[in-house]
Design a protein around this ligand. Sequence first.
Ligand code: 5GP
Ligand code: MN
Ligand code: MN
Length: 480
Amino acid sequence: NGITLERVREYVWEIPREGDMRVPARVLASEALLEEIKEDKTLEQIKNTTHLPGITNHAICMPDGHQGYGFPVGGVGALDAENGCISPGAVGYDINCGVRMMRTNLTYDDLKGHEEELVDSLFANIPSGLGGGGVVEAGVDTVDEILARGVDWALENGYAVEDDLLHCEDEGMREGAAPEKISQKAKDRGKNQIGSLGSGNHFLEVQRVTDVFDDAVGEAFGLEEDQIVVLIHCGSRGLGHQTCNDYLRKIEQQHQGLLNQLPDKELAAAPAGSQLAEDYYGAMNAAINFAWVNRQLIMHRTREVFEGVFDRSWEDMEMDLLYDVAHNIAKKETHTVDGEERELYVHRKGATRAFPAGHPDVPKAYRDVGQPIIIPGSMGAGSYVLRGGENSLDLTFGSTAHGAGRLMSRTQAKNEYWGGDVQQELEEQDQIYVKAQSGATVAEEAPGVYKDVDEVVRVSDELGIGDKVARTFPVCNIKG
Ligand code: 5GP
Ligand code: MN
Ligand code: MN
């Protein structure tokens, strides 16, 4: 594809600056992952990103990077918050798509024999799929409150305990949320989806811990081998999607000048300091709160399902939130650049915050070991828990990968796989129980459509941006 790529050192590749690029682009990958990254438009997209005003140091592609809308999934771009810009496409359509992991004190032995009952009950009780319906049915007034207050709303209404807030990025409430900057249409889409998984790539997975690589950090995170944990992956549903769409249109209308300078319209950005940049930031922060409440309500319902299946209270099963972390966001953060403190809009799209030990934004319980990072693999492979590595602030503005990353498109996946066969194979070969709204979803999300999560995590660990703590393996999985 004619893109020059130079090796900086092991796992670090650079597209050198040329033409209108403002900074070089970097790709963090092993040779094997790089070959996969070269298969689609990822390199072209990360290169295009370097044209955004205010981009600082490098545009960075994570080891799980693949092609996305304008900005690659697995991309990090830190744009100056005074002289740069903010880009909805570099946050992603699913604002605050993210993951949370809940611990339990159950072991795999406690669960054996209950898998089918558990997966059926989760599927019956947790709203999923394209259609409407959520854990909470409410009006736009409630949506407004959720947008403004995040998980604090859930606490007040009995869907959360104090401890849940303490173990969530931003304590489950993003400052600077502006519900009035979210359109009526977006709120109308949101009101029937409060506490719902959605479809496709979103899932709830019961897993068992198979390996703890770092005993001290594992202990701080409350993880041990054979323990049952629950992983929840979803975002802000139609509300976030509509918001992204609304602001992309507004940028096209109001900031054609900047748009015309960019090599790809999908990178549309609002200049820092403009009214539209402020409006989008406020709306995005509100949608972020909506997504946190979404995952909180699903976790709350999961606790109830476990209570029904195991006939014990969730407190007795110690079903505590390990951590909730976003992987589609932008945040105004202060970073040291060339010895100077700078305010940057750090865009992480398909990238996870990975703050090291000692960082003030790491919850107190984990301050000494680093922020938990949750990296799902696939419904047939493992997933990982990492901790923020000591090189992350220098190399990636405190970020790492967010998953294994897709190898093929959904259309291609449907040609390669048949949902029913995938489901049967998982159950017979690996005792993994999957239930989905449609067979097509299972085919689109077959383990073979994803890259090798072990390799992605190995690169993160070797670079010291996110260090391996534990690995999990699926037991039951529900999908939209
Ligand atoms: P995304 O946010 O990009 O849709 O997905 C994040 C990551 O989740 C994907 O890159 C993939 O590695 C992982 N993933 C997708 N489906 C599943 C699943 O059913 N179970 C687990 N554990 N991981 C999944
Ligand atoms: Mn999502
Ligand atoms: Mn996601």
